[in-house]
Design a protein around this ligand. Structure first.
Ligand SMILES: C[S@@+](CC[C@H](N)C(=O)[O-])C[C@H]1O[C@@H](n2cnc3c(N)ncnc32)[C@H](O)[C@@H]1O
Length: 220
């Protein structure tokens, strides 16, 4: 069961009763998504690029996706977005988040009308945007595709430690191109060691409100 819950910046998140955790920071869902994934991830990795492929771990409500879609659309960047999700939300729950307020109407409409089919096969939302949401766990995900950018947005290590093991981090990183970027809201010594062991250079950046630091890493 997921319960809609307001966060400190006025945007909503969901509380997942089974996992015992929120989908986003209680200090602000929207500001966390913008800070970690759009500003530190997408803006950084798409500088001087006309196209970008993103692999997200944990599609959830689609907040990171709609903000990425809006940014790429406004900047004429071709977006190829793949987001692994083991427990997809219903369209009704996603609509209850109120996230339609954060992007132009047409972006929201393109997203919500294609969401159910994107769980089954890649969908072309516009001439510039393709969305695919493989309905599987990260551990079972297989692909020959390599991505420019990974948004690692799993539930926290306290609530889902298996999503932060060295093996699963290496598995996720195997889908990144050399020179590709990995961003996540979390930063621990264990995570830094796991990422370095995969041949990455790591950067500690200021975290979103409520977190001192976040991690950005570049694949060697
Ligand atoms: C922190 S939430 C992601 C929030 C999301 N990016 C958003 O913007 O709403 C973590 C997500 O990972 C999904 N998840 C949990 N276990 C998973 C697994 N083994 N493989 C892939 N996704 C998983 C959850 O269902 C949830 O949607």
């Amino acid at each position: 069961m997921n319960i809609i819950t307001p966060t400190a910046d006025g945007s909503n998140t969901l509380y997942n009763e089974t996992i015992g955790e929120h989908y986003h920071s209680k200090h602000g869902a929207l500001q966390e998504s913008k800070h970690v994934f759009i500003d530190a991830g997408l803006k950084f990795a798409s500088t001087d690029q006309t196209e970008i492929s993103i692999l997200e771990i944990g599609f959830g409500t689609g907040l990171n996706f709609i903000l990425s879609f809006d940014y790429c659309d406004a900047n004429n960047i071709n977006l190829n977005y793949t987001s692994i999700e083991a427990f997809p939300l219903t369209t009704e729950v996603i609509e209850q988040t109120g996230y339609s307020a954060y992007v132009p109407e047409v972006i929201w409409a393109d997203f919500i009308s294609n969401y159910p089919e994107a769980l089954k096969a890649p969908q072309k939302l516009t001439s510039l945007c393709t969305l695919e949401i493989p309905y599987t766990t990260l551990a079972e995900y297989r692909s020959d595709q390599k991505f420019d950018l990974i948004y690692y947005d799993a539930f926290s290590v306290q609530h889902q430690p298996e999503m932060w093991s060295d093996e699963i981090i290496a598995h996720a990183c195997s889908f990144l191109k050399p020179g590709g970027t990995f961003v996540t809201y979390a930063i621990t010594g264990k995570l830094k060691r796991a990422i370095k062991a995969c041949g990455f250079t790591i950067e500690k950046l200021p975290g979103a409100p409520g977190k001192r630091e976040m991690l950005r890493a570049i694949k060697g």
